[in-house]
Design a protein. Structure first.
Length: 490
């Protein structure tokens, strides 16, 4: 079942050839390819969900929602590329009176990078896998994709890949625009190949960092968009704790235990002003007893979870607040410590327990929460539960420096696919903090801008021609023009 280096070589060559055909097709054509994939996934949903349930321990409801998300994402990207938003086309006409001196005719547009290698994740067999966000955004950008399958759901991934290839062929896309490979040798060959122009990765810090370093050591380094790990701290102010302690604890229990704690945005830290009289342990135990449990996604993931949990549990100053268990489907665990302990041992805030476990940090009244936040590494999310009238600028500013998404009086485990989403953050959360792997802006990771200086009209690409044949959104002489507005309407 493993792909040989020779097979990977042939697939990358085919992908590059397909890219050369597909890179300049009209937005409507590329959009039709995305729609073909979306429709094919819908048509085969029952089979795919059944395979997913067999391989992942995830329930049918979760799998169907995840597949729905993937289909929605493809159609959202289709709308985005038909409007031309991803091209970011800009036209500056020649201006002899430009403030710094005469300006030539300058026009700029984003172009696709080429062949993109995408590594599937273990914890999202649809949303971050074969036709997940990285693959969808790379195809939307105009790239070709070679997907490295995650073997935690091998049969599902192979079947999904076959459905995608069949859908693209039926829609008239060039052969090789999408294909899949299996195995470690294939992964290394994919990163190393000179025709591979970027990598998308979602997975562990150790695995992601190894591939990131490999991509940087190439004779020609390439962008590596890696999501590696995040602990997603939650800060509860004294006023919020006094006003709605039980509601916060209930939401916390539901969020960190959802999906058996196997979400990249799981809240792994809760900073709260717990009083001696607060029966936090009893309340959380009652909340967690009502949660259903299941085995973790794979034996390897379970091994990593057990090791991480033991590392934190055995640290000085940490005690068990709510005991889990070591069963095949483990009950959630809540560990606890104090602000003084983490100030002395900030490494406690760096250990991701990827599974149903979390750490509560008790702080005393008057504690400087911004100082505690300053101990954190880069995160995907940071959450604050507070009251609207509170002065929290210092805390929010520190958290803004360390996370890609700030959450107010809510929980981070829902990551909506939309225009304003930012799913990324400073290292080690990701290797590219200025980008997102979720939402329409994800398309831009697999493109680069090219400026055309003083070109004859006949030599310009369609996106930059005066008559705007693709009817895309553009910025002309500093003025934004929406999609569908022809030049003569100006």
């Amino acid at each position: 079942m493993k792909s040989t280096p020779e097979q990977v070589e042939q697939q990358i060559l085919a992908a590059h050839a397909a890219y050369e055909i597909a890179r300049d097709v009209e937005p409507d054509v590329r959009g039709s390819w995305l729609e073909a994939i979306a429709s094919a996934l819908e048509a085969n949903a029952d089979e795919l969900v059944r395979l997913g349930a067999q391989e992942t321990h995830l329930d049918e409801g979760r799998l169907r929602f995840e597949l729905k998300r993937s289909v929605f994402q493809l159609r959202l990207f289709r709308s985005e590329i038909i409007a031309g938003e991803h091209l970011d086309a800009v036209i500056d006409h020649a201006d002899p009176d430009w403030g710094m001196g005469p300006r030539p005719d300058l026009r700029k547009v984003n172009v696709p990078l080429g062949v993109v290698g995408v590594f599937g994740a273990s914890n999202f067999p649809f949303a971050f896998s074969v036709m997940g966000g990285d693959t969808a955004s790379a195809l939307a950008a105009g790239c070709a994709v070679v997907h490295k399958i995650h073997e935690g759901h091998l049969q599902l991934a192979l079947r999904t890949a076959a459905i995608v290839e069949e859908a693209l062929a039926a829609a008239g896309a060039p052969q090789g625009l999408f294909s899949a490979v299996v195995g470690r040798q294939a992964a290394e060959a994919l990163v190393d190949h000179p025709l591979t122009k970027a990598i998308g990765f979602t997975g562990s810090t150790a695995g992601g960092r190894a591939l990131f370093d490999r991509a940087c050591r190439r004779p020609t380094p390439i962008p590596f968009y890696g999501e590696l790990g995040s602990i997603n701290p939650v800060f509860v102010t004294e006023q919020a704790w006094a006003a709605r302690r039980e509601a916060i604890l209930s939401g916390y229990a539901a969020s960190f235990s959802a999906g058996m704690g196997q979400f990249c945005t799981k809240p792994g830290l809760l900073f709260a002003p717990v009083h001696d009289s607060d029966d936090v342990a009893g309340f959380l135990q009652q909340e967690l007893d009502a949660k259903s449990v299941a085995p973790l996604l794979s034996p390897k993931l379970r091994e990593g979870f057990d090791a991480a949990l033991e590392n934190v549990r055995s640290a000085d100053g940490v005690h068990v607040l709510v005991p889990g268990d070591g069963s095949e489907a483990p009950r959630p665990t809540v560990l606890a410590t104090t602000a003084e302990t983490v100030l002395a041992q900030p490494e406690l805030l760096e250990q991701e327990m990827f599974g149903p476990a979390t750490l509560l940090i008790r702080y005393r009244p008057g504690t400087n929460l911004a100082e505690l936040a300053g101990l954190l590494e880069g995160q995907l999310t940071a959450t604050v539960h507070g009251e609207p009238e509170e002065q929290l600028n210092d805390l929010l500013t520190v958290l803004r420096e360390r996370s890609g998404r700030l959450v107010w009086n809510a929980w981070p485990t829902g990551v909506s696919v939309t225009y304003a989403q930012q799913h990324g953050g400073p290292y080690p959360a990701t290797t590219a903090a200025s980008t997102t792997s979720v939402g329409t802006a994800a398309i831009g990771r697999f493109m680069r801008p090219v400026a055309y200086d003083s070109f004859a009209a006949e030599q310009l690409p369609p996106a930059l021609r005066e008559d705007n044949p693709w009817n895309i959104a553009r910025r002309v002489d500093g003025i934004h023009e929406p999609a569908g507005q022809k030049a003569e309407a100006r």
